[in-house]
Design a protein around this ligand. Structure first.
Ligand code: SF4
Ligand code: SF4
Length: 483
């Protein structure tokens, strides 16, 4: 196997051999992304504020007494959109998780990394919060680069201190929100109010997560997407020539030739009047201005084609459209389209692969809907009390049982228990309450007493009914041990 040396790679092919943010000697190549304005950036900004509002508020919203979203992996308690899931609902959580993965696969194969550019918390925080704060404190990218290249002047010191303070404060807010999703906002507020000495583990978790988030947004940045995130890695296995992605129309753009003074002069009238402008014979529409590269938060050149490092943030579309407007050429040299569309005008995205994914997705959704429809608000488990067989009582032969009732509904439930069959078997309460509170697990004991001759042999099934307001809501079978 021959090894390609980096210095043998042509400059224009270098993107295949090394990452934009890592120099060939392994050092970090800092990306100073330029601020961009335009149609997509505007809508991404609007969506980001909505998402951030949702992210910070959702743990404090309650539906029927349950937190709107809760992912308590420590106690295996999950709440999705106010619906609680218990450990015995684990199969449902697993099916939901699988359906989520299939949904992501289907969406990625169809419209690429929409998730990364528009919805992922990493991109939303990095591009819409932290980078904007950085522009505000440190100034535009050129100024930032000059400052970093120079010495530690007083300006650089106070700017860096201010930036660290603000980044840390936001990271602290994110860490609190993250923990509110894990341990619940009620517990978080209660523990924080008690003080760090009462809940050292919470304090350690808060400090650790704050530091991790701070480092991700202060130093690690785009490398979280390009090096760590597994989604970016498996994306290459999901997209093909029919996938809609942010694509440079190389047929229209090449051969790229810089826009020069002659172009400006000769086309000035047409540009001012908004008339169509044509480039010189053999010149593509790309004016090689590098604006699409300077706005890219991962430092890549989209003109090299679809790349793993592209997080589909749309910044290069807006940057290029702005340039096209200035030179009087049509927008859309970089746009959402498929490679097939660029190459042969085909706009079909429904390939056999997409159809197969869609069928699997439909089947999974069908399963989810069915499981939800069959899911009861009341989970009842009856087990024979361990270490017991039968006892003789004044009323007949008795067996001891353990009962567990989980009330998954948002209301307190009254219940009673009755034996349906065989005749002659009685239910005896051994301290069971008659109400299970919403979201609670009730555990207790009872006894079944069989009058003489009503049960002749061990293993006879006894049918028990759980009733609410004299209406049977659940029936269960258990077996009886006879002398
Ligand atoms: S190539 Fe364009 S869409 Fe991809 S990350 Fe860079 S700026 Fe964003
Ligand atoms: S912004 Fe548009 S015109 Fe400028 S280099 Fe990029 S693709 Fe070419």
């Amino acid at each position: 196997m021959s090894v390609i040396q980096l210095d043998e790679v042509e400059d224009h092919e270098r993107f295949r051999a090394e990452m934009a943010s890592i120099a060939s000697d392994g050092r970090r190549r800092w990306v100073y992304a330029r601020q961009v304005h335009g149609f997509f950036t505007r809508w991404r900004t609007v969506l980001s504020w909505l998402l951030l509002g949702f992210l910070f508020l959702a743990p404090h919203v309650k539906i029927g007494g349950h937190q709107f979203l809760l992912f308590n992996i420590l106690e295996r308690e999950f709440v999705f959109f106010g619906i609680p899931f218990w450990p015995n609902d684990f199969y449902l959580v697993a099916v939901l998780f699988l359906t989520g993965i299939i949904t992501v696969v289907l969406i990625t194969a169809t419209v690429g990394r929409i998730w990364c550019g528009w919805l992922c918390p990493q991109t939303v925080f990095m591009e819409m919060v932290f980078r904007k704060i950085e522009w505000w404190i440190d100034g535009p990218p050129k100024q930032q680069a000059l400052m970093h290249a120079g010495g530690w002047t007083s300006t650089r010191i106070w700017k860096t201190a201010l930036k660290i303070f603000v980044f840390f404060a936001i990271s602290f807010a994110i860490a609190n929100t993250f923990l509110a999703y894990i341990i619940s906002s009620d517990k978080l507020i209660a523990d924080v109010t008690d003080g760090p000495l009462q809940h050292v583990e919470l304090f350690v978790a808060l400090v650790t997560f704050t530091f991790v988030f701070f480092m991700v947004f202060y130093r690690f940045r785009e490398q979280a997407c390009t090096i760590v995130c597994p989604y970016g890695r498996y994306m290459s296995a999901l997209v093909d020539e029919s996938t809609i992605a942010i694509t440079y129309d190389y047929k229209r753009g090449e051969t790229r030739v810089k826009w020069n003074r002659d172009d400006t002069e000769s086309k000035k009238d047409s540009i001012e009047k908004g008339l169509p402008v044509a480039r010189a014979e053999g010149h593509g529409d790309c004016v090689d201005c590098h604006q699409c590269v300077t706005v890219c938060p991962t430092g890549i050149d989209i003109r090299n084609g679809i790349q793993l490092e592209c997080v589909s943030c749309t910044a290069c579309i807006d940057a290029c459209d702005e340039v096209m407007d200035k030179v009087g050429l049509p927008q859309g040299l970089i746009r959402y389209t498929s490679l097939n569309n660029v190459e042969n005008g085909s706009s079909s995205i429904v390939t056999p692969r997409i159809k197969a994914y869609f069928l699997i997705w439909l089947a999974m959704m069908g399963l989810v809907v069915t499981l939800f429809a069959l899911r009861s608000d009341l989970d009842v488990v009856i087990l024979r009390q361990e270490g017991t067989t039968w006892v003789q009582t004044a009323d007949g032969t008795g067996n001891f049982y353990r009962l567990q009732i989980i009330n998954k509904s948002s209301k307190d439930l009254d219940f009673s228990i009755r034996v349906l069959s065989p005749a002659g078997v009685q239910f005896k309460n051994l301290g069971l309450p008659s109400v299970v509170k919403s979201g609670e697990v009730m555990k207790g004991r009872f006894m079944l007493i069989a009058k003489s001759n009503s049960i002749a042999k061990t293993g006879t099934k006894v049918e028990i009914a759980i009733l609410q307001k004299d209406e049977i809501v659940k029936t269960l079978l258990t077996s009886f041990v006879a002398p």
